[in-house]
Design a protein around this ligand. Structure first.
Ligand code: SAM
Ligand code: SF4
Length: 352
């Protein structure tokens, strides 16, 4: 059983002790890998139509890494210079006892070895967990929300209740966490709603990032019908707002502008119309311990096998280093009618 660590939010301020950073993991294209995203479950309480099929087959629980194994693996990455962890899924907050993992990982924030521990969530469980997450040093979270219309929300998620998510967002903000909203741009579903979402998010001091739908995993719909190129969405917004490009670079795929009329930040994640693989600083761990070097490529390393074969962290670290030498230059997503998904894994498996 993972032991509890009681901490106060004050333990995670800028005064956190500095520990010397280990040499970073460097891939063959000289990119330093400082960011690990961890999918802690492929399960979810929603079934967003662009993400999953209605009748998903989930992995048997025995295939999942235990929370202890996840903690051990994260520790190895941190010892090799990873500075930022994002917990994701599936829906991370539906994994049983998930707060044990956050409690364990928060020790790396306390020591200063880890700069940021964060979370991507659909928001349905936040009223329950927001206070504890904040107390463990989670300062910023991403909440995925594609519409502010309750009926549309029900239709997109096939089962969700919008007020539950809005209450969750309110709870996270009340707990002192900075919330960023992520919305997938869906051509005939929420394209017209983007200005309303900007007004709402920016009105509450939250950044909003728009995401192009990606061809990951088989679903019922044809994603060409869902796909809205963000170049088109941006053009439409430019007839209404003044968008000033911002220099912010997180090593991630988002590019940001300031909306002068609202004063808020708007991000664009455009893997289809423009990719930013050259600055990619991340790798992704699935809930079964597969390390994917790129969201859009198949190559992976089976860290679960290594982890279960040896209690020696040095062996695990060597497997991580070897995997990083295989990180590809980038992905080559295309969305074409009648074409199978570019990557067979759903986003919920690799971790969005
Ligand atoms: N359940 C959590 C959530 O929805 O935030 C975390 C996992 S979810 C897979 C992470 C992000 O991936 C969400 O913002 C979701 O909208 C996005 N996503 C899922 N499938 C996608 C797809 N095929 N293309 C683009 N974004 C996708
Ligand atoms: Fe669940 Fe997130 Fe996928 Fe929606 S996008 S089905 S909330 S994992």
């Amino acid at each position: 059983m993972l032991d509890d660590i009681s901490s106060t939010p004050q333990g995670f301020t800028a005064e956190a002790p500095r520990v010397p950073s280990p040499a970073p993991l460097i891939d063959p294209f000289q990119r330093a890998i400082s960011y690990l995203r961890i999918s802690v479950t492929d399960r979810c309480d929603l079934r967003c139509a662009y993400c999953m099929s209605e009748h998903m087959e989930f992995l048997p629980k025995r295939d999942l890494l235990t929370l202890e194994e996840l903690d051990r693996l994260c520790g190895v990455f941190i010892a090799r210079g990873v500075r930022k962890l994002r917990i994701t899924g599936g829906e991370p907050l539906v994994r049983r006892d998930i707060m044990h993992l956050f409690r364990r990982l928060s020790r790396h924030l306390e020591s200063g070895a880890l700069e940021e521990l964060t979370l991507t969530t659909n928001g349905t469980q936040l009223t329950r967990y927001a206070d504890e997450l904040a107390s463990l040093g989670v300062r910023r979270i991403n909440v995925s929300l594609d519409t502010l219309d309750p009926q549309k929300f029900r239709a997109i998620t096939r089962r969700g209740d919008l007020p539950v998510v809005l209450d969750g967002i309110a709870a996270a903000r009340a707990a002192g966490m900075k919330v960023k909203i992520n919305a997938v741009a869906l051509r005939d579903v929420n394209a017209d709603e983007i200005p309303d979402m900007i007004a709402w998010a920016h009105g509450l001091g939250m950044d909003l990032t728009l995401i192009e739908v990606m061809p990951l995993g088989e679903i019922e719909a044809d994603r060409t019908d869902q796909f809205l190129p963000l170049s088109v969405a941006r053009q439409r917004l430019e007839s209404r707002y003044t968008l000033t490009p911002l220099p912010d670079r997180t090593g991630g795929p988002a590019r940001y502008v300031r909306v002068e009329e609202t004063g808020g930040k708007l991000g664009f994640i455009t893997p289809l119309t423009h990719n930013f693989c050259e600055s990619c600083n991340r790798v992704r761990l699935t809930c079964t311990g597969q390390l994917y070097l790129c969201l859009g490529q198949e190559d992976s390393a089976d860290l679960r096998a290594v982890l279960r074969a040896s209690p020696d962290d040095a062996v695990l670290a060597a497997a991580v280093v070897e995997a990083i030498t295989r990180k590809p230059k980038g992905h080559d997503f295309v969305i074409e009618r009648q074409r199978k998904a570019a990557v067979p894994r759903h986003m919920s498996v690799t971790g969005g």
